[in-house]
Design a protein around this ligand. Sequence first.
Ligand code: PEP
Ligand code: MG
Length: 852
Amino acid sequence: MQQDHRFPGVTEITPTANIRVNAHGGRAKCLQRLVRLGLPVPRTEAIDFRSVSALKSGQTLDFDAIFGRMDPDLPLVSVRPSTAQPDWGGPSTVLNIGMTDRVHEMLRGSIGAAAADAVYARFIQSYALHVARLDPGIFTGRASVADLLRAYEDAMDEPFPQDPGTQLRAVLGAMALAWDGATARLLREARGAPADAGLGLVVQQMVLGVGDCERGESGSGVIQFVSSSEGQPQVTGRYLNQSQGREALLDNVPALYLTRDPRGPSLEDRAPEIFAALQEHGALCRARLREEMQIEFTVSHGRLNILDAVRVKRSARAAVRIAVALATDGIIPEPEAVLRVTPRSLLDVLHRQIDPEAQVTPVTTAIPASPGAATGRLVFTAAAAQAAAARDEPCILVRRETTPGDVLGMHASVGILTKRGGVTSHAAVIARGLGLPCVVGASDLVMDRKAGTLTAPTGLVLREGEEVTLDGSTGQLIAGAVPLLQPSMDPALGTLLAWADERRDIGIRANCDTPAEARLADRFEAEGIGLCRTEHMFFEDDRLTLMREMIFAEREQDRRAALDRLLPVQRGDFREIFQIMAGRPVCIRLLDPPLHEFLPTDRAGMAQLATALDLPLSDVQDRIQSLSEVNPMLGMRGVRLGLSVPEIYEMQARAIFEAALATEPRVTPEIMIPLVSARREVELVRARIAAVADAVQAETGETLEYRLGVMVETPRAALRAHEIGEHASFLSFGTNDLTQMTYGLSRDDAGRFMSTYVSQGVFEEDPFLQLDTTGVGELLEIGAERGRTASPDMVLSLCGEHGGDPESIAFCRKLGFSYVSCSPFRVPVARMAAAHLAIRESSDLGASPLLR
Ligand code: PEP
Ligand code: MG
């Protein structure tokens, strides 16, 4: 049936009515589906977006006619909002519209005085609150209808409206205005609603859950068949005898359990046939609406009515289980199950979270840089973190900013907080790799290392050793311990990711620096390692001393002697990583940071080093001074270091080759040169590495296979990719440095003003988090295109932090990259995001069936 021309803008919801999500909202569409399933839904009319909006400019609808179509024995209606997306909010539901002195009298006869009074009283209160906008305090303590009517009249200087049409007009008008209010607008826009999102309304014949007890059971409730927090099958909900709407869900009401329960009476005991019917309706909804629904129902004198159904609210973990169960039961196809889970939500499944029920007041909120939550004792140095770990005491490491020298302390911590830095600062990158919660840029905290205190802007002082909770998903620091939910890598997630893998068409590797991270990559089924940063391997105690010896060596032969002792250590690391990855590709980046990062910064450290190297302290200080640079990030690092001290790369190449030859199954190692900006750099490093390969082959008599590639992380490398690519078999875009250099924006300092920039719309998003597809992206496009001219088989990839970001993955996929590489914990997110892109492109499964 088309819209009734006598009542434009108002459409009765029948199986064939023209109800559309874009015109009437999702609730109206869902109600039509319930009607089509033959469920006992009371008469409902849908008012479209346009008509609701027109109410604000004084246009009207035939309100009397709406009442005229309802049951003459119960001329009452409810109004509920109906928006295009369920989570865009909307005004509160109003029940019992049409309640007047006349109807009150009539109901006293049909359902008894007490029930009739309760219905009228409820309506006066909700009308006063939502339509007249009176202070709720006016009605406290007033129980009788007469008192309430008087209070209304006193406050409004006019009697409570006695014409149903007038009441309905006022309710609908108030709802239309509320939708335009600033709070409602902000809320829905934060959830992705467009500025012109429409509000539809559904007007439904009331069926009373209050009635004459002699005539059978009356009450109302909600029921769902799956747990919202865990997603496993479980009847959940509440039912309250002699109630309306969602009263059963209020605290301190004597609600019944739904299923039989030793703790108290249940609906199943009290009205078994109603409970059985609800179960049947629930199963039908699941199968035909292809979704887990929460059903709102009323029992009126023993008769069951279904008033509404909404998608069950769910945690990220529950969303995974629900989607997999629906597909396993053949209700939805597997690709649709994949689309039903938002890739980013997997981060919540894979990390500990603060229990959403917990009440928390943060000490401060800064930049969330690595998700998850942890509780531990405050420590201010990496050494204190290691000492705490040795005592088996979880600790949160707080630093102004971290440096490679802090890595062991970071390993020993359960969370990291820094005063400086942004989302690609050292602390953030390492924490993501380790899967540790991290908050950066907490510039409003005052840290006094000597006194061992951290002072919040409120004046609250946290002392070293005190317990705090850090939430890297929200950026909050909280004093004390807070209840946490444990992560799960449950079988349903494994199944869903396997379905995702079947569809995706871009590879996903992991960035891993250590065997522990490689194990994580293996657990999250990464296809290989896309970036193994080798510098972190040199920070463990025994290695650091050797590294420092090497740095202090004056002569090449002394340097080589120190490197010879580092060789077996490095070879052992590589071998372990190759073994864990069991034949999957591993891309190892040659040493990147400037050498001074391996040297102590304080006097005590320098004195210790002087003793270890048997040198006067002044020599150590001089050497450190000579290595210091004004701008080390643009100084002697990466390939510049590799060419200035070639023995380092030679040692690393040998370690890689010897480890590869000692591993079964054999791997073809990939070696990557960092910070390249000129063709000649690649030529020179390539020649040296080839010489090492020849030597190893000659020594072992074995044939070596390896690939040499270039990390494109300077703008010049992207622009000259055609000549740089001549000597490379792969190009991997290091978008952390590339973003830093393209914007001329320090990745360690951007946190200070990034939120100002984003909130003022200078940057749409933090470019270190989400790839800037226009500027940096253009360099990627140019680099990819020119790189392919050097060789059509050039393997292209991205290994900056953007590798785990769904929008950035979409961009890489468009450019035909072979893979992206990201922190191990982000691998599942990336696998899902890549599958979403491929599935969406190949079909029209994009919209939820409920909304189609
Ligand atoms: C990069 O610059 O994008 C990169 C991956 O390397 P790093 O973060 O180690 O500088
Ligand atoms: Mg880099």
